[in-house]
Design a protein around this ligand. Structure first.
Ligand code: SAM
Ligand code: SF4
Length: 337
């Protein structure tokens, strides 16, 4: 018998877990230099959860109080049948789920923006590190900027609010800081900068060499604008400032220069059904076994609760001691960023 009222998920540090990020595929049509090797070995398709299984898992989480679902990857929009999955998930909106959203590289938005809006998606995060076509091709290896810009246009036309996520890369997009800012202001997109994180061991890529601390980026912004710190928190790592002169709101995701773990409300599900309790730790739980062991969700719910009881206090990323501390060998595309 199911209890009439199911207790919400709360971790050992009294943090309510209300946000699930789901990586629906490890595959991608880009090969961003900080995320993937050029020749990636992807999982055999048979190892992926089916979309029906992902539905059951997400539905179980919503039943346990998760009110925000972010679909990510790899590139979520390259998974075959993904629109059917969005359509299915939309049944939870207003029934426990407050927000259904995604993070994408934008390449397929031209095809899918309207359908996403029909599924109740209201906001989309698009990753974009440069507005220069050649640099874009270099950083994504396989991506083409015009296609992404068309995708962003389509999202806007479909009524989706667009947030641009830009990884701050030393010697790469430092010189575009103010251009990116101006473009986002002109297009009315939100903008968040992300510090490059020590994920994946990529063919000698120099992760420390790519690291452009956001404290430095912020100082550069402050040379031209008055920065007003906003109290706003999304329960996540982002901190926001408003530029007094333009009114523009800018986010910073600074896992390295600031630790953000005390307010963490999220867990991450991989496309094989592993639940990672922290982006920066190896602690994880296999949900595929209890999912497949029984058609009833009792075992699955127990496994989710056991996993949440093991959520660590925080990550150990650290660039401060002349080296990379807390490095994770798994790729960001595995846990979905
Ligand atoms: N393919 C989609 C995209 O690019 O938006 C979703 C998955 S991607 C792994 C999610 C986010 O992780 C992207 O914004 C990407 O820039 C970011 N990311 C990937 N590798 C990173 C790293 N090493 N450090 C910081 N951010 C990273
Ligand atoms: Fe693909 Fe996103 Fe990783 Fe780039 S950051 S390789 S678009 S998963």
């Amino acid at each position: 018998m199911e209890p009439a009222v199911i207790a919400p998920l709360v971790d050992p540090y009294a943090r309510p877990i209300t946000y699930l990020r789901v990586s629906v595929t490890d595959r991608c049509d880009f090969r961003c230099v900080y995320c993937m090797a050029e020749h990636m070995q992807f999982l055999p398709k048979a190892e992926l959860l089916t979309l029906e299984e992902l539905d059951r898992l997400c539905t179980a989480f919503v039943g346990l109080g998760v009110s925000k679902l972010r679909i990510t990857g790899g590139e979520p929009l390259v998974r075959r049948g993904i629109m059917g999955f969005f359509r299915q998930m939309s049944r939870h909106l207003g029934q426990g789920l407050d927000e259904l959203t995604l993070t994408t590289n934008g390449s397929q938005l031209g095809r899918f923006a309207d359908e996403l809006a029909e599924c109740g998606v209201r906001r989309v995060n698009v990753s974009l590190d440069t507005l220069d076509e050649d640099k874009f091709a270099r950083v994504t290896r396989w991506g083409r900027l015009p296609q992404v810009l068309r995708g962003i246009e389509a999202a806007k036309a479909a009524g989706l609010r667009v947030k641009i996520n830009t990884v701050a890369l030393k010697g790469f997009n430092e010189d575009e800081l103010f251009d990116l800012l101006a473009w986002c202001a002109a297009e009315d997109h939100d903008l968040t900068f992300i510090e490059v994180m020590p994920m994946g061991d990529l063919e000698g890529e120099d992760r420390l060499g790519q690291y452009w601390p956001l404290s430095d980026l912020r100082a550069r912004l402050a040379e031209r604008f008055t920065l007003l710190d906003l109290a706003e928190r999304s329960g996540g790592p982002a901190r926001y400032v408003r530029l007094q002169q333009t009114g523009q709101k800018i986010g910073f995701i600074t896992p390295l220069t600031h630790n953000f773990c005390e307010s963490c409300n999220r867990v991450r599900l991989t496309c094989t059904g592993e639940l990672y309790m922290c982006l920066g730790q190896e602690d994880r739980a296999d949900l595929r076994r209890p999912l497949r062991a029984s058609e009833d969700d009792g075992l699955l719910r127990d496994a989710i609760r056991e996993a949440i009881a093991l959520k660590p206090k925080g990550h150990d990323f650290d660039y401060s001691r002349q080296g990379i501390g807390g490095q994770m060998t798994r790729h960001m595309s595995h846990t979905g960023g």
